[in-house]
Design a protein around this ligand. Sequence first.
Ligand code: ACO
Length: 434
Amino acid sequence: MSGSAKRSVTITLDGTNKSSQLPLVEGTIGPAVADIRRIYGDLGIFTYDPGYGATAACESKITYIDGDAGVLLYRGYPIEQLAEHSTFLEVAYLLMNGDLPKPAELRGFEMGVLRHTMLHEQIRQFYNGFRRDAHPMAVMCGVVGALSAFYHDSLDINNPEHRRISAFRLIAKMPTIAAWAHKYNSGQPFMYPRNDLGYAENFLHMFNAVPTEPYKVNPILAKAMDLIMILHADHEQNASTSTVRLSGSTGANPFACIAAGIASLWGPAHGGANEAVLKMLAEIGHVRNIPEFLSEVKDKGSHTKLMGFGHRVYKNYDPRAKIIQKACHDVLGELGIKDDPLLDLAMELEKIALNDKYFVDRKLYPNVDFYSGIILKAMGFPTSMFTALFAVSRTVGWISQWSEMIEDPEQRIGRPRQVYTGPTQRDYVPPGRR
Ligand code: ACO
């Protein structure tokens, strides 16, 4: 690890004279971490942290979150500044390379992504294997995993050029894969990518256009799409990114690792929350039903959650939620959607929840998914596409984190330990004597 250990923490095992001095490793910002690698050797014990709430699994230079202050930095740059001034592909360059590009570097990078948007023609056949009503995330898990069967020329993870080519391929082809998942659902012809369009524009083209008439991408929607992609591009060691790193730690190829990340993102506690928010709002139906719904949420036996609220790290507010809330109002305004009942319901729900003791005591605030679903719905996306869009944006973060891991000299296979509470050793009993 790059940090120097000037401080340490000493743990003593009760009832023995054994102790372990653990070096404290300081990052550039954020809490120091105790390097516990010697604890088993010194004391014969492991540490226990289900859900990894207090465990740093890696060193990273990519994204920083201060959950109490509501800060999110990509390579040191505040998300608010990037959302206002940057573009998704510039952010992608930043996440992958560490610094903002010079104009010529950005042009080269954009060219590298925008010229690799086509899928191998045989990949088209994969779609026919799915049911017409297949969820786009199911299609994406399958098709992205299958890319490893098509690009044998870039699968050597120890070759930096192979890693670079795979990263470009993944970022470039993901919008095509997602847009085609939708076209397959709706029974419309697949639209091929257009290399003269920007990244978000091209996605909207492949998603909305049909071959029978000209289609012009609405610049308001393209700008909103680009912003949504920036906000979702990376989020340090969340569940899906940790899944990508864990899969990658075994030496699996990047296409397989990103497919694993997509599977992890799908769950409603993670990226699937944007879809779940819309389902929840539809179920609540009307502002007058909010109190009854919130009573159900507070009932421990119900397993009902206020979707789009709460976050493992943000305990004050999610800065992405603030940006997207404003964008949501702007987009609805620009599209001429004046009174959106869903948005009204969401805002009332937010207001009531933010003043409710249950949510205040637990520091539960709206996260990015609370508003992203509403804006995506206004832009014409079916709810089943919401998490797929998240996956398109997060691919940049996943591949940046995967590359960082492969290049880390301390990288080893990820292999957590456990506290075993099952039966102790016992002898096999033949069926007749049980
Ligand atoms: N609704 C109701 N209660 C909640 C919610 C919620 N959305 N979130 C947390 N709580 C409660 C928990 O029941 C727990 O209560 P308790 O102390 O009485 O037992 C307390 O708040 C602490 O919550 P944890 O479950 O410990 O929080 P954790 O960090 O494990 O979970 C998570 C975070 C998964 C995001 C959770 O808040 C949640 O399920 N939220 C809804 C789903 C969601 O919006 N996910 C998107 C996350 S952002 C993203 O992935 C892009």
